[in-house]
Design a protein around this ligand. Structure first.
Ligand code: BT5
Length: 261
């Protein structure tokens, strides 16, 4: 992967500018800094790196992006009429786009709400969305996506809280990283225009992992919220049914299967 080959593969998409790095701390940090410069970065500008040395997950967790094997990119979305009212659907936009790209490759992905993409129950990709505000007004957001493409991108199990896999492990052959990136961005551009529709929520919901199963969600405390995973609220929150058959809405947290269910 290099800047020339990337530009060639991405030329059919209507993107902003591209910044490519052989190695960088975090593509999200670079995208946020770029967007903050005089003149800023245009809508759909993209930062791609072959390696990240300070890749970030949520809540100060680390994201591993070893050289020559993974995809790490950050896409800048400028605030727009479609985006503003649908901000809480942004992580779904990214998750759905990654999932669709996996499906196009013949895989069966699922979305572990809110931001993990699973293949065969193992994490293949993670998403980190960060927003920039001018006072109360949304200025832009950065969608950061990390995907394990080749086998060698999968971190050692002792560094992880959840099992991981790669596209190559699941496909049996090594896919081309630029082609994977291009298909994710194509899906993202398609769905961004439809973010406010019911079709969008349905497509996202259809890909959710653990539907109909007993799950637990942790959100900042040691006490999990538990229940049957029913689906999504219009704002992208998770809807559970507790043991008293009462509907519960979960806005933040990580969902996992209940071990004793
Ligand atoms: C995420 O956080 O899954 C969001 C990851 C976003 C990474 C992208 S790469 C491009 C952009 N630039 C950045 O700096 N970040 C974004 P979270 O749900 O908090 O999961 C983090 C956890 O995933 C870690 O604590 C590890 O256990 C695990 N993990 C780290 N690297 C992994 C990998 N390559 N594959 C699978 N799991 C990983």
């Amino acid at each position: 992967m290099n800047e020339t080959s990337l530009k060639k593969v991405l030329s059919k998409l209507k993107l902003g500018s591209l910044r490519y790095f052989d190695s960088i701390g975090s593509t999200n940090d670079e995208a946020l800094a770029w967007a903050a410069t005089e003149g800023g970065a245009a809508d759909l500008s993209l930062v791609v790196a072959d390696e990240q040395t300070q890749g970030r997950g949520r809540l100060n967790r680390k994201w591993f992006t070893p050289k020559g094997s993974a995809l790490a990119f950050s896409l800048i979305l400028r605030s727009s009429e479609t985006l503003r009212p649908n901000l809480s659907r942004t992580v779904g936009l990214a998750a759905l786009s990654v999932a669709e790209s996996c499906s196009k490759n013949g895989l069966t992905p699922s979305i572990k709400w809110p931001n993990d993409i699973l293949l065969n129950g193992k994490k293949v990709a993670g998403i980190l969305v960060e927003t920039v505000w001018s006072g109360d007004e949304l200025d832009l957001l950065v969608i950061g996506v990390g995907i394990n493409v080749l086998k060698s991108s999968v971190p050692p199990a002792d560094l992880l809280q959840f099992p991981a896999t790669s596209l190559e492990d699941e496909l049996g052959t090594p896919p081309n990283r630029e082609e994977v990136l291009s298909s994710i961005l194509e899906a993202l551009i398609h769905w961004r225009a439809r973010m406010g529709t019911d079709e969008f929520i349905k497509a996202w919901e259809n890909q959710l992992a653990f539907r109909g199963q007993q799950v637990q969600t942790f959100a900042g405390t040691d006490v999990p919220v538990v229940g049957e995973l029913l689906g999504l609220e219009p704002d992208g929150s998770l809807r559970l049914l507790d043991k008293h058959r009462k509907s519960i809405v979960v806005r933040f947290g990580d969902v996992s299967l209940r071990p004793d269910a």
